[in-house]
Design a protein around this ligand. Structure first.
Ligand SMILES: [Fe+2]
Ligand SMILES: [Fe+2]
Length: 448
């Protein structure tokens, strides 16, 4: 372990234990100042059950990002109805239960999540209680402190989580963040009206009203499943098309799949958001789909292409973009498919865009495409080694390949990632590759 890594590891451990100490310290202080009343235990058990459900099965990630009904809604209602100490304890215990009892979770992360979420709920609760109208349940005014509480909860949650992930994965804090920010997060705003409804219904008729919410959540969950299945069906048919395109052409077998995988790895290292990474992966899978319209005599020609043959080959990016544009789910990849052969010096095709005009996604695909072509056997030459291919990328960076992308790729290569990826992906081509699973801070917890 070199000096820098050791320093980072010490910083990680100090932060990890500090957050745990502060979290449990705050929890202890809150419970000392206002112990939980025993007569509310029955009602609380409903909320607790709901919290566990919301964080596990029913709350599973949605295709569109976010959760059906996040546990934040329950925590907010508990803050308003039972106070900060109860909410903090409930979050801390629920995170521990989930982390220690569910298979495949790490106890180290479970303890961290418990302290971190307890802190978030405790801080949100204290802010809620310190603001006016926090007991004004006979008017809509209590929504104002509730909104403040949700902001504080998110802030504490994301700052602590971002800090620990950035230290653990040796990644700048902003990068952890850029990776997870998307419009889908606005969905969390739904927690506020949901929480307000839970509070008002509870006040009217008691804890059983939560069961009514369960049905609402089930309906939302069901509609999302349908959406997701529909989307997967679309994507799988496109992926099958890519596989068919490459199946009768031994030299490009698995090319698109590998390009997609490399691109996602680089995009992730460059701090792209989950949504951007997903688009990039589809772009990688589909980038050469336009070759379907070009005869194999030209594509597999062993010798040099004539000018007119090269013009035909060049049309594949435009044809591909036109195909992809028709499919609503994939329309975001159109630009990636159209411009994957553009070059920073403006000598690429189809539009001869310059470096400022080429999006990061296109630049990444361009480099990955060339890297995979170089490291694969072609009719006219044997494959280069990964090292030789890297040298080529460096030689042509700034003219043929984007500087930033080559720099990141080189960094990953020095970390040994590209050698192992090339080996791993060789021959491993599923019939229908699926989308990248969620990466990074998709959820509110520190996950493995
Ligand atoms: Fe291409
Ligand atoms: Fe390609």
């Amino acid at each position: 372990m070199n000096h820098q890594h050791r320093r980072q590891s010490i910083r990680f451990h100090i932060s990890y234990w500090m957050i745990i100490l502060v979290g449990y310290g705050l929890l202890f202080y809150l419970l000392q100042s206002k112990p939980i009343e025993s007569h509310s235990l029955f009602s609380l058990s409903f909320f607790f059950a709901f919290l566990i459900i919301a964080d596990t099965r029913l709350g599973e990630s949605l295709a569109t990002g976010g959760r059906v009904m996040s546990s934040k809604c329950i925590v907010l209602s508990v803050i308003a109805l039972f106070g900060a100490p109860t909410a903090a304890l409930m979050e801390a215990v629920s995170a521990l239960v989930r982390g220690l009892l569910l298979p495949g979770k790490s106890p180290r992360k479970a303890i961290f999540n418990s302290a971190m979420l307890g802190t978030a709920a405790g801080a949100a609760g204290l802010v809620y209680e310190s603001l006016p109208w926090s007991n004004a349940f006979d008017s809509p005014l209590f929504i104002a402190p509730l909104a403040a509480a949700i902001v504080v909860h998110s802030l504490v949650n994301h700052v602590l989580l971002g800090a620990i992930i950035s230290l653990d994965e040796h990644m700048p804090f902003q990068r952890v963040y850029r990776r997870s920010i998307s419009w889908a997060r606005l969905r969390h705003l739904l927690d506020l009206p949901f929480a307000a409804m839970v509070v008002l219904l509870y006040q009217q008729a008691g804890a059983w009203t939560l069961v009514l919410f369960l049905f609402l959540v089930l309906a939302l969950y069901q509609s999302d499943r349908l959406y997701q299945r529909n989307r997967e069906a679309h994507i799988n048919s496109i992926a099958a098309l890519t596989t068919a395109l490459e199946a009768d052409e031994p030299y490009t077998h698995g090319h698109s799949y590998r390009v997609a995988k490399y691109a996602v790895r680089i995009g992730k290292a460059m701090g792209m958001s989950d949504r951007e990474l997903e688009t990039l992966e589809y772009g990688g899978l589909l980038h050469d789909i336009g070759k379907i319209a070009i005869t194999n005599e030209i594509i597999c020609k062993p010798g040099r292409l004539t000018d007119s043959e090269f013009e035909v080959i060049k049309s594949h990016s435009t044809i591909g973009a036109d195909i992809v544009e028709q499919i609503k789910f994939l329309s975001e990849t159109t630009e990636l498919v159209r411009h994957h052969h553009e070059r920073p010096d403006g000598r690429g095709y189809p539009h001869g865009l310059t470096v400022e005009e080429i999006s990061l996604g296109c630049a990444i695909l361009n480099v990955c495409d060339a890297f995979d072509a170089m490291t694969s056997d072609r009719p006219y030459r044997k494959a280069l080694t990964v090292e030789q291919a890297m040298e080529e990328l460096v030689r042509f960076q700034g003219t043929q390949f984007d500087d930033r992308v080559v720099a990141v790729m080189l960094q990953l290569y020095h970390q040994g990632e590209f050698d192992s990826m090339r080996e791993m992906l060789d021959g491993a081509v599923p019939m229908a590759p699926l989308a990248t699973p969620a990466l990074g801070v998709q959820e509110k917890s520190y996950v493995s």
